[in-house]
Write a protein that binds this ligand. Sequence first.
Ligand code: GAL
Length: 435
Amino acid sequence: MRNRFVATVAIAAVAALGLAACGSSNETPEAGAPNTSLATTAGGAGGEVGVFTWWAAGSEKAGLDALEKLFKEKYPNDTFVNLAVAGGAGSNAKAKLASDLQNNQPPDSFQGHAGAELADYIDNDQIVPVNDVITALGGESVFPKNLLDRLTVDGNIYSVPSNIHRANVVWANTAVLEKAGVTAVPKDIKAWMADMDKVKASGVATPLSVAGSWTQLQLFETVLISDLGPEKYSGLFDGSTKWDSAEVKAAAADYKKLLTYANTASDGDDWPVATDMVIEGKAAYNVMGDWAVAEFAAKGKKEQTDYQYFAVPGQDGVFDFLADSFTLPKGAKNPGGTKDWLMLIGSAEGQKAFNLAKGSIPARTDVPPTDFPPYQQSAMEAFKSNTIVSSIAHGAAVSLAWNADMTTAISKFYTTKDDATLVTDLAAAAAKYVG
Ligand code: GAL
């Protein structure tokens, strides 16, 4: 597979294109062509702006609500239309979005992930470049280059990032660990399972909580990172690490054993079900992206006293990355309104409001860390200094189709617990996508 997300252009060159290259407000678009002019109208372009996400409930909705509130203040001419479809990680939303795009009924903007996931929409000619918005927002002077690289294909930037999330975090219940006599962060997956034995012995039957398939895929990806190390893990996506290697087989075996410590999940269980088990002391640990911190906050829980967090054992200094980013779909009915939305989510003010509520960190580098609580301050520091790897479950490392094949394999494994077949299935899936 061609790695489309290795930077294909110096961002400076994109910046040089600037607003001028993308048309000015006075230009009339060709007949039949969408008006993607990006000049700002005070108060907004007017009309409805339909925004498609999967932030439909709980702390995720709180993040979207914060953006909606600010959008209404900044762009009073525009009418925000919330098109959210419930289901973490887009587990339901992505199918609805695919059919809307297929039927030429795009929303004015939709949530996607920086990295491989964008390639699907670009290959299908479903989204258009937003170089001019990125430039107007400050380009490389305000967005990290390694993030812009993941949004750039063949010299064009295709979405505006709202945030950066970290996927490889263990959230733990302080009282449960104290009761079990667990006092230190384990050094690797095996040491972690030894701690889970202590938790079990203290009377908590399911030390680890999981929810439906995508949360299992996310858990599995973190086991891969620990057992392979960041370099070999990254090699899984360009063919330099084999999916049927001894390391992947060992990771599958570790994953199988980890699940023996977990609750029985239904396929449709969404992530708050698992995170709430930790909040309620029914489990000691949950591996979840840092949207979980917003759930702890929403339930009035205090860091350290009630809960703790650490990188999944064996990956200190590794940041499992994903970023939500918003698009301008081809054929969007109100591209001027889309531009208002993109300018809002990419602004320092928008990023502060959203990320404070969402648990993520700003994609921009000019939002002061001191405006954020300790967890997010630590994540900002980690993003700057850690080795960055791309999340499988959240669109950064693999395309939508590859993700779907892996989810099928993980879901099948959840029933069969046959780790040899899991490896065979994952290798067969990879063979379809790594050329
Ligand atoms: C991710 C998304 C996050 C969060 C999470 C759980 O895919 O990037 O912002 O929404 O799913 O739903």
